[in-house]
Design a protein around this ligand. Structure first.
Ligand code: 4AD
Length: 469
């Protein structure tokens, strides 16, 4: 019977469909009986909800059907066939401002009666929770570990639906923009012989009897692709870091958005790409993701990101000076710690009115071995970091493309050059000057939406204490 009817999405239900027969599939989010002759089932699909009304009436809805409806467990998948009606009063418990007068109700798949997370509770903002608790309402504050343990349920909240759609749109804009600029999408191996970024944050493994690593970034192979004459490349792929630190912004596996390109004269050509790419991205998100941003804002209120049409660029020295003038002393040839980065973010916002900026010409000593030193002062390098709301989302640089110098730099940084010999050899066959950058996708989503933890923007996060679900 149902097959002849028109399937309608919950989000498309509106008063234009008044008196028409529709068929919708969704989850039973809330079920309420009113005596024995009436029941309400709120049906949710992708964050949109509609109130469905069952009223006992001869030859249409039986009292058994009302009883069956009230026996549904929350989150069960249901098919509802009925007539669209427009109530006189505004509807408060559902997103759609029409109701469905139910004629038929089928349970496609029943959820277990007691769920580990109540979606209604998991979707509330901190302010709503406080209010509800004060009003004496029974509700459970869903903590982060519980959410992540039952991520399949947690993902169903409107805010989470929004977060991952925004993540997808960021990838999409990244790809479209770079394709339009003549970049080629590539895929580099994730099983590699040596560490690419150095340091201890590398997962080591046995590769059929040979010591190997999970790639800490596509760094070496994206550069080798430039040696392979692609000119401009990008990659969207997994990045593995054996992080020891358990922080709000470090994962053991994240998605890297990587770029590498030939440069003609100056590493500012790479920063020009960052500038235009991110202004395009932020504009695009604000234009195309307003519903998603609204859903996130409802649960986790935030102010839209402030950014300039042309991205501000400051040198590291200028940054250090700004910090100094505000009473924060940092090592002028050291790296900035999280606290000083945040402080500088505040100072930049006050002075320039932007929460997105580039800091460049970093001290050479705090950058990876492959970074090109500044030609006028070897203490500094042709490198940069990019910040959103005072936190790093990108690091980038011009690379050393002269093999002898690259070997020297690797040795000076304590790297066993035997493990990267094929990489260094790639530069012996003629390599153009080049540079690039790496972006952490989860960080971009987190900071664009001013969320407080990167686990919120990773679908199934991997951190030093979590490898499931
Ligand atoms: O700063 P990172 O380590 O730089 C590189 O991997 C270079 N190969 C990039 C380049 O082309 N020069 O990582 C790049 C970005 C960081 O800015 C940050 O956004 C993200 O990757 N990132 C992490 N995100 C989540 N968890 C972690 N543990 C991360 N480590 C870096």
């Amino acid at each position: 019977e149902i097959s002849g009817k028109k399937w309608t999405d919950v989000k498309d239900l509106n008063d234009g469909l008044k008196d028409q027969a529709v068929l919708v599939r969704g989850r039973a989010q809330a079920i309420r009986a009113v005596g024995k002759k009436m029941a309400f089932v709120v049906v949710r699909k992708r964050g949109f909800t509609v109130q469905c009304v069952l009223t006992v009436a001869q030859d249409v809805v039986s009292s058994q059907m009302v009883k069956f409806a009230t026996s549904l467990s929350r989150e069960s998948i249901v098919d509802i066939e009925g007539i669209v009606s427009v109530p006189a009063q505004p509807i408060t418990g559902a997103s759609q401002q029409v109701e469905i007068q139910v004629r038929k109700l089928y349970c496609v798949n029943m959820a277990i009666p007691t769920l580990p997370i109540n979606i209604d509770d998991a979707a509330r903002s901190e302010i709503e929770i406080e209010k509800a608790l004060k009003a004496g309402e029974q509700l459970v504050r869903v903590n982060q570990d519980t959410r992540l343990n039952y991520r399949v349920l947690d993902i169903r909240t409107p805010a989470n639906q929004g977060i991952f759609r925004i993540q997808c749109q960021i990838e999409n804009i990244f790809r479209q923009f770079l394709l339009s600029e003549g970049f080629v999408g590539i895929h580099t191996p994730k099983l590699i012989a040596g560490s690419s970024e150095g340091g201890s944050a590398v997962f080591r493994l046995d590769y059929k009897g040979t010591p190997a690593c999970l790639a800490q970034s596509p760094q070496l192979h994206k550069q080798m692709s430039i040696c392979g004459d692609f000119g401009r490349v990008f990659e969207i792929g997994p990045v593995f870091r054996a992080e020891d630190s358990f922080t709000h912004r470090h994962l053991c596996e994240f998605t890297g958005l990587d770029v590498e390109m030939e440069i003609n004269e100056h590493y500012s050509e790479v920063m020009d790409i960052v500038d235009r790419l991110f202004v395009t991205m932020f504009d695009g998100l604000n234009e195309t993701c307003s519903k998603e941003l609204e859903a996130i804002n409802k649960q986790y209120p935030f102010e839209p990101l402030k950014y300039l049409r042309q991205t501000l660029r400051l040198t590291f020295e200028e940054g250090v000076q700004m910090l100094k003038e505000s009473g924060v002393d940092v090592d002028p040839l050291g790296d900035l710690n999280t606290e000083s980065e945040r402080k500088l973010g505040q100072l930049v916002l006050e002075k320039y009115g932007t929460e997105f900026y580039i800091l460049h010409r970093y001290p050479l000593g705090v950058r990876p071995f492959y970074t090109m030193p500044c030609h006028d002062d070897m203490k500094y390098s042709n490198s940069f970091d990019v910040f959103i709301r005072g936190e790093e989302i990108i690091s980038g640089a011009q690379r050393v493309h002269v093999p002898e110098f690259l070997t020297e730099r690797a040795q000076a940084c304590g790297i066993d050059v035997n493990t990267i010999s094929t990489y260094i050899d790639s530069f012996r066959y003629g390599a153009p000057p080049h540079g690039g950058f790496g972006v952490g996708l989860e960080r971009v989503v987190m900071l664009f939406c001013a969320l407080n933890n990167i686990r919120k923007t990773s679908l199934f996060p991997r951190d030093p204490q979590r490898i499931t679900p």
